[in-house]
Design a protein around this ligand. Sequence first.
Ligand code: F6P
Length: 545
Amino acid sequence: MLNDQSWRNLSQAALSRKDSSIQDLFEAGGRAARFSARLPYRDDNINSEMLFDFSKTLIDDEVMALLLRMAEESGLAARRDAMFTGARINETEGRAVLHTMLRGTPDPTLPKADIAAMEATRSRMAALCEAVRSGAYSGPGGRFTDIINIGIGGSDLGPAMASIALSPFRTGPRTHYLSNVDPAHANWILSEMNPARTLVLIASKTFTTSETMANARIVRNWLLTAVADPAAQMVAISSAADKAGEWGIPPERVFGFGDYIGGRYSVWGPVGLSLMLAVGPERFNQFLAGAAHMDHHFRTTPFAQNLPVLLALSGVWHAQGCGYPTRAVLPYDQRLGRLPAYLQQLEMESNGKRVAMDGSDLPCDSGPVVWGEPGTNGQHAFYQLIHQGTRVIPCEFLVAARGCYPEQQAQHRQLIANCLAQAKALMAGRSLDEARARMAAAGLTGAELERQARHRVFPGNRPSVMLAYHRLTPFTLGMILALYEHRVFVEGVLLGINSFDQWGVELGKELALTLEPMLSGDTRDDGIDGSTQQLVRFMRSESAE
Ligand code: F6P
């Protein structure tokens, strides 16, 4: 674990650069190449590269050396190898962390039985897909046209995000994702579908999550309106085969996974079944292969050229060094529209911790608030604050060189131009003199010119990083998600925390269980704080028939 002095050194380095200019750093020449890294890959018979450019930040040679030293001193290499080889690095739950095993290139030292079980499950998933897609397994109304995945958190966000991202590759049924316990969500989704032609996946590692079980009951009742045997068109994605059995789902339609696959890291296995059904096993395997490619890069490349390490170090520099409390993820790729939501769970559930692995208080801030929206939409909403607000928000842009629609590549260039322009504008800004010149050109003079000019100043010097790739495909998506997983891991190792537990979600869940009977009037509401009691009583009286 890093000592407090390392964090003080990092903060000191940030403080001493607070008046430095990012633009000035480019004067030395060669900065863009030195403060970026590339990862070659081959996808769909095309040789491409992924480019990570972090030159538009205040990271200079000295800061880079400091960050790389911190990575070395944190024991990152040993920790990384411990993860890939199945050590129980999730220490608060006594579990290994082996989502990387699902990507088809497991470490040869891992138990053969675990590898065989994982491969057998993937073969069963592929067989189910073939049966659904061919119509051999169908509903009473005919071939399944729609899939509903009922799950929440890690049992929802990964496949929901990926099925949008890979929608141009869909060759199977339509997919829908039901997560919120608000019955509005179920009703909204179900209103569009035919129960006799819908396959229902209940995705819950534990098969106890209250939201998922409540939604599963709604959906079962909905199926009952049109079919005699709802369980015949239900699949369970769960480690709790016995509980799935209680729903009448037979073992051949239960797809389990070990406790070494965390919810937010689970899209690569059975939780990805809806995605596999949509794009087919071959495309799903390409998704896994892209992630495996990133795994290999992460395991074998020196830190100074290692994309996940560099992405993490840029994150640590901004969050813990400079003290910026948030970071925006801005995909210039509409199909990555749900990536920020996916990353919110991946990053904030993993690294939103205030206690280090050994139980001591963190000597620095925890992981930042992650948020974002696709460009160009965000430009017409919150970019105002990013450019001219008083707080600095480091931005992470993602953009593909090619769109999915060759005939619209010219419009795709418009998208790229916007992305590059935003990053440049954040760095360069617009000075008061430039703003004055503009106002003068518009005919203003004197005090009015001065007043108007001030509103048009962009302070600039706002940091951003850019991830660029050839085209969003199953392989590239796999690379991107594995890149972010490993970035979260690296940041967690530097912070000295356990990125794989999530105790912070427990308290609210427990309290909800005690409040529900108070809301229905089944238990007394005394003994709770005055504000919650007032709200419980308000809800009771307002909801009375
Ligand atoms: O929100 C906590 C959490 O445990 C997540 O980590 C997990 O992805 C989600 O709930 C769903 O859990 P399950 O798959 O067991 O229903």
